[in-house]
Ligand binder design. Structure first.
Ligand SMILES: [Zn+2]
Length: 190
């Protein structure tokens, strides 16, 4: 029961009052972070920085929401288990209708809301839309971005490939500031 309470509590983070925005065009912006996902069982999102931009057009006959998401989420790379940042770009159009009014529409996604309090809750829609951006294979596009130690552990690459990747990373990792520090450190240890 307690878990359910917490879930409901956090689930209503991104809401719009239809009652207060009945007639006209309204704009809402939300920042979605990883906390928003903590309520859901699938815990595959480690970090999130997503901006949701919602334009609501409401009239006595209908309520239409234009929803844009941009940002990025961090998941685990399926290949090396290191962090993998995936861009989020999403555009959707949803129609908000009263619960109980079963609706099917080719043109819009449907978001149901209670006729009693007229609060449109967007949490699930936003969450699912972000998940849609993750359907591609969740691995670093370039294998040299993967954590070589893990690849070797999983025997995904041969020793030779492993050495190549490590050498590449060391080359990329060379930077003059670091070299200076290293020299200084050596000097001090003399
Ligand atoms: Zn990886």
């Amino acid at each position: 029961m307690h878990a359910d309470f917490i879930k409901m509590d956090i689930l209503n983070k991104y809401t719009i009052s239809r009652k207060e925005n009945k007639n006209g065009t309204y704009h809402f912006n939300y920042e979605i972070d990883a906390d928003a996902f903590k309520t859901f069982v699938e815990d595959e999102i480690k970090d999130a920085e997503v901006l949701a931009n919602v334009e609501m057009k409401s009239s006595s006959s209908e309520t239409i929401l234009q929803i844009n998401l941009t940002g990025k989420v961090t998941v685990e790379c399926d290949r090396c288990l290191d962090d993998l940042v995936i861009p989020v770009e999403f555009e959707g159009v949803a129609k908000a209708v009263y619960e109980g009014n079963e609706e099917s529409d080719e043109e819009y996604d449907i978001i149901y809301f209670s006729p009693e309090d007229e609060m449109i809750v967007l949490d699930e829609y936003l969450y699912e839309s972000i998940l849609l951006c993750l359907t591609t294979q969740k691995v670093h596009a370039d294998i040299s971005d993967c954590n070589p130690a893990m690849l070797e552990k999983f025997s995904i690459v041969s020793q030779e490939e492993f050495d190549n990747i490590t050498a590449q990373q060391q080359t990329m990792g060379e930077n003059p500031e670091f070299e200076k520090l290293k020299a200084l450190k050596n000097e001090m240890e003399k």
